[in-house]
Structure formats: structure tokens, C-alpha cells
Design a protein around this ligand. Sequence first.
Ligand code: ZN
Length: 100
Amino acid sequence: MDKLFPKYYPLVDIGEGIKMPMFPTDHAKVIRTKCKYYLSETPIHTYRLFANGKADDEEFDVCCPYCHSVMSPISIYADVKVTTYVCEQCMFKTINKKEN
Ligand SMILES: [Zn+2]
């Protein structure tokens, strides 16, 4: 069986405070050393944001790797602040598909 998760998406700044995911990779080590920002995909269209040396107050929008809509951030406070993004567009499509 193919290993589906996690997939990592390097984030590239495309201006106006928007970051766009590039082609996914499952080479965690490469992405950790090369990319300042990246997403890790978890099931059901949620993406965890990773940042190497991110300034805490830096704000930007992150687009969905599939439909390129701006996603909604959800911050979870544990030992460290973890930001997760949810694509409502894709989530909605998935839900509709299941109902049909
Ligand atoms: Zn989407």
C-alpha cells in the first residue's frame, strides 16, 4: 500500500501575504533543512504549519494545495503553539461526495 501521510508541501511566498504550497514530497528530512515554511498534510484536508524560525507575530494566508483557496487557520495551544489550516472548500466537497 502506498504511504499517503504525511505529505509535506514547501510554502512559497507569492506576494500580498499569501503563501502557496508547491509540489508535495514525503522526504521530511530534506524539507526540514531546506524550507523555512512548510505544511504537513493530515487526513481530511487539514494541514499543520511548520516554520523554521518563524517570527511569532508574522501573519500570512496559506492556500490549499488542491483548490488554491485561502484556508482557515486554527491555533491550538499545547506546549508550543501549533497552527493548523483547514480547507473548507475541499471539506465541503468531500462531505457532498459522501452524501451522493
Ligand atoms: Zn481546498
